[in-house]
Write a protein that binds this ligand. Structure first.
Ligand SMILES: [Ca+2]
Ligand SMILES: [Ca+2]
Ligand SMILES: [Ca+2]
Length: 200
């Protein structure tokens, strides 16, 4: 990952956290159910292993057991399935904000067998989707900082402007060269797809 992008990510992250005081509690209406779930997932999943030296679990099974814990937490009546009502009430008790409509939409978006409830496998899918969406939001945020306003792409000029704002002066030629490295279709600018590819 090139240095200027790392910088963008850090910048995006810090500007995000400085505004999070205002944003956290009064969830903006643009927040999707999935990003609410993404925040919840972070809240409910312990960051560190309680006892790292004893654990020989693989990352995958660790992830799975964390998720199982989250699932059990949501499944208030313990029937092994999460209903939209359980989802809604659980988000509320953890300080989130999810309307009943959004809860139903979130459940049905991952309800593979159409019973209107989420079993563990379906829940896993929903959480994975929320993680993807979250990643995508971060990317959009970083992209937006470098994008030429309204054009939907990063041009040598917009890249130069952003870099100089970050205290890193580059010539237009330098910026063109940086873009060229990731310019898959050769049109001289970076689209969001090219930018995401570069960040992978
Ligand atoms: Ca249940
Ligand atoms: Ca189901
Ligand atoms: Ca391009």
């Amino acid at each position: 990952m090139p240095g200027f992008i790392v910088k963008a990510k850090q910048d995006a992250a810090s500007s995000y956290s400085s505004s999070s005081i205002a944003m956290d509690d009064q969830t903006p209406s643009s927040t999707s159910p999935k990003s609410v779930l993404g925040r919840l997932r972070r809240k409910l999943s312990p960051r560190k292993r309680e006892n790292p030296s004893l654990s020989t679990d693989s990352e995958a099974s660790k992830h799975c057991s964390d998720l199982q814990r989250v699932f059990d937490y949501f499944d208030e009546d313990g029937d092994g399935k999460i209903s939209p009502a359980e989802l809604e009430s659980c988000v509320r008790t953890t300080g989130g904000n999810l309307s009943m409509d959004d809860a139903e939409a979130a459940v049905s978006s991952s309800d593979l067998n159409g019973d209107g409830l989420l079993d563990f496998e379906e829940f896993q899918k929903l959480m994975e989707a929320s993680r993807d969406e979250e990643k995508n939001e971060e990317l959009r945020l970083a992209f937006g900082m470098y994008e030429m306003e309204g054009s939907g792409c990063i041009t040598p000029t917009s890249l130069k402007r952003m870099l100089s704002r970050l205290g890193d002066s580059k010539s237009i030629e330098d910026c063109k060269a940086m873009i060229r490295k990731f310019d898959l279709n050769g049109d001289g600018v970076l689209s969001f797809e090219e930018f995401s590819y570069m960040m992978r």
